[in-house]
Design a protein around this ligand. Sequence first.
Ligand code: NAI
Length: 341
Amino acid sequence: MTSATLNIGVVGLGRLGQRHAENLAHRVPNAKLVAVCSPVEKELDWARATLGAQHCYADYAALLAHPGLDAVFLVTPTALHAQQIIQALQAGKHVFCEKPLSLDLEDCLKVEAEARRHPHLKVMIGFVRRFDASYRDAAAKIREGLIGKPYLIRSQTMDQNDPGGFFVRFAATSGGIFLDCSVHDIDLVRWLLGNPQPKRVYAIGTNVIHQGLREFDDVDNGLATLEFTDGSMASFMASRTMAHGHETLTEVFGAHGRLTIGAGARLHRVEISDNKGIRHECTPDFYSRFADAFLLEAQEFVDATLGKGELSLSLGDATEATRIGLAMTQAMRERRPVDFG
Ligand code: NAI
């Protein structure tokens, strides 16, 4: 790719797609948002009104045929990712796709095979936490040996309760709490521990508030424990029911120390002292916690595609995250430990 600008089409303009579209339109150097796609007319109206989008498609194949399009950002329901990535590659487009790559291991492998047929095209799955300044600092400190060899990670993704029940509607396509939420922690754990091989997983879950999730064999609070073949371990906690906000927290234990990332979930560096005591406000949602990281991941994709750097994560990483997330889900549903082959 030699052009100085990457012409991008955003596919899916929901909760997160709108954020990616705004970033690409206004905040990512060398990115140009040239078209958008959603089957929902109201979302296309939003893009026209908010972004001045001139090329709005209800049909994905029509977006892929947009003249001069270089790349797509897929921010669509997870069940569509694999097929949409394959279609984009076959149309000669670079692909950024939201996590997880797929809910099906075979589909992950099909995407990897298709990507190998187009080695000149970049494909990136958005594990956004790898682009967060605090996680990057922790990763660098681990590589420097500050805490010695890490042997245990405890990582959690805790979402604020949404009384509107977004997650219940979302459950039909999300893959369940481990593949939707813990998949971030799974990717972090692999990254921070240096990609050890998973050996066995245990998992349980419960429904505290959102009983409607039962219909999808899903839970609103889940716990999982993972052993790796090198003896390292990880513990995962995911929740949809926090009263106080979104709290992503990771602790990495090494032989000589511990790193804690994200403790306290502070929205700002402001402490409030009043007749209720001393407190601070909490990040309400994932976007308020990771807004800067979403920009940096988009920048890495654009730079790599324009030949100004390499992608720091691979499709193989995304496949592995799905493999582990599926095993966690199976362990919880079948109430037994699941071994990796
Ligand atoms: P959403 O349901 O709010 O949005 C999905 C969008 O896809 C909607 O605009 C819908 O109209 C569109 N869509 C549906 N079928 C389509 C099709 N056939 N062609 C084109 N567009 C279609 O979902 P949300 O929350 O924005 O999630 C989207 C993806 O982003 C999911 O894979 C999710 O896992 C991921 N995500 C990642 C997060 C992160 O922290 N990195 C956080 C939230 C979501």
